[in-house]
Design a protein around this ligand. Structure first.
Ligand code: NAP
Length: 241
């Protein structure tokens, strides 16, 4: 699985469907070799078939962001395949259960909070820290964290969801921590908001297509070396924290 050294490689978590698939497709169309992360091996391989059918150079990486072992194995796979990583898109995310008022703050089920944080926040830290040694070997490494304007303390948008929305607020905060820590390196870290997108996540009720939702993440993944760091962006520009 040795790759040509000057082809950039991008890992997208949760790439088997929705916005993640569209990010993988868009980065592939821009010339990246795509490591398509999927927690289910069969779903990952099926996504890679679909990506290859559109002319994208992709390979599947089994990656459950909640598992240390899975993430370590994914890093080893990418190291073996490419020896480095140019772009990491932390896209995998969950809304968490909403039945029985479990995300109403007044009846909040803390197990639901833990589950959502484990994927949406700890998963990002787990994957980022496992991939950083590979990212540091790239000439212009970029990290994009897929957030949501529901995490904006200023905008306070979307339904009341007291596990999901705070998970994205914390993801935004972690994004800034990484950007500050990596300020004197070539690793550029930002958060993206895709807008309200028609995927499984929203019961396909969103007004935007996965391709529209993917656009900002793709843009941030290909920022020039003097691009912004530690910001929160959507298609319109800066999103209020
Ligand atoms: P989606 O269609 O439900 O896709 C989510 C992806 O994440 C799937 O590939 C899923 O894998 C994967 N995933 C979930 N848990 C995982 C885990 N533990 N390890 C690895 N992968 C895991 O959702 P989407 O709408 O594309 O959302 C993608 C991102 O955008 C999320 O971070 C979400 O919070 C964010 N976002 C979405 C919207 C929107 O309107 N859709 C708005 C704002 C932000 P499986 O197929 O195996 O479940």
């Amino acid at each position: 699985m040795e790759r040509v050294n000057d082809t950039k490689i991008a890992l997208v978590t949760g790439a088997n469907k929705g916005i993640g698939f569209a990010i993988a497709q868009g980065l592939g169309a821009s010339g990246f070799t795509v490591a398509a992360g999927a927690r289910d091996k069969a779903r990952g391989e099926e996504a890679v078939e679909r990506l290859r059918a559109t002319g994208v150079d992709a390979f599947a990486v089994t990656l459950d962001v909640t598992s240390d072992d899975s993430v370590a194995a994914a890093a080893a796979t990418i190291e073996q395949a490419a020896g480095r990583l140019d772009v990491l898109v932390n896209n995998a995310g969950i809304s968490g259960r909403t039945d029985g008022n479990v995300q109403d703050p007044t009846t909040l089920d803390l197990d639901v909070v833990r589950t959502v944080l484990d994927t949406n926040v700890f998963g990002v830290v787990r994957v980022t820290n496992a991939m950083l040694p590979l990212l540091r070997r790239a000439t212009s490494p970029r990290i994009v964290n897929m957030s949501s304007n529901m995490g904006s303390l200023t905008l306070q948008t979307g339904p009341v969801m007291a596990a999901y929305a705070p998970s994205k607020s914390m993801l935004n905060s972690i994004t800034v921590q990484y950007a500050r820590r990596l300020a004197d390196t070539n690793v550029i870290v930002n958060a993206a908001c895709p807008g309200y997108v028609a995927t499984d996540f929203t019961g396909f009720s969103g007004s935007r297509t996965p391709e529209q939702g993917a656009a900002i993440a793709i843009r941030l993944a290909m920022l020039p070396d003097d691009g912004p760091r530690g910001g929160f962006f959507d298609d319109e520009g800066v999103v209020a924290w």
